[in-house]
Write a new protein. Structure first.
Length: 198
């Protein structure tokens, strides 16, 4: 199943040219992980990826997550990525899809918290199909409850990422500036990752 949903990802890339992982299957039954990568492609954005049934379900979040429940962040679904993409940091070459530097801006585990507000558990997969998931992130930078909700289905899906009101909510808090941001994996900035790849 994981192989199937990675077809788009694999078709879009030439693994002889890009340092990105081709993707290997994930172990079942573990605590699911999440990663937020800073990606300096044609436009700097954040990629939020949540482990769901063996792959990383992915959304491009142009402005990144906010800790302020009043701030709604646009989130555009992208193709499923392999689990090992969570450790990918480096530079995607010029002629490849998504060319530019990638940094692991935050990473950790998450919990599906649908039951907290709806009273019954629903799988992440079903939630994504229905257009609403709620989850608690346990990262180094990003913590607490979030909701991802689909507000438009055609011609292209548009979702919103919104902080839930909880003890981790902060008024006006947004991600650190591009210059100051460092990887939780290597401690490097995007510029340093670019230098290291030369
Ligand atoms: Mn991206």
């Amino acid at each position: 199943m994981a192989g199937n949903t990675l077809k788009t990802y694999q078709k879009m890339r030439d693994f002889k040219s890009t340092p990105e992982p081709r993707g290997s299957p994930a172990k079942a039954g573990r605590v699911p992980i999440f990663v937020i990568q800073q990606h300096d492609a044609s436009r700097l954005h954040y990629d939020l990826r949540l482990e769901v049934e063996g792959v990383l379900k992915s959304w491009a979040v142009p402005k990144g997550p906010s800790a302020d429940p009043k701030i709604k962040r646009l989130a555009i679904p992208t193709e499923d990525h392999p689990i090992d993409y969570a450790n990918f940091e480096g530079v995607i070459p010029e002629e490849q899809y998504g060319a530019g530097a990638v940094m692991v801006w935050d990473a950790g585990t998450y919990a599906n918290t649908k039951a907290e507000i709806h009273g019954h558990q629903m799988s992440m997969k079903t939630g994504i199909e229905r257009g609403e998931i709620t989850f608690r992130l346990n990262g180094k930078k990003v913590k607490g409850g979030y909701v991802l909700i689909r507000i438009k289905k055609v011609p292209e899906e548009i979702w919103l990422l919104i902080k839930r009101k909880d003890e981790e909510a902060r008024t006006g808090r947004t991600p650190s500036s591009r210059e100051k941001a460092r990887s939780v994996l290597s401690g490097l900035t995007l510029d340093e990752i670019r230098e290291a790849a030369k």
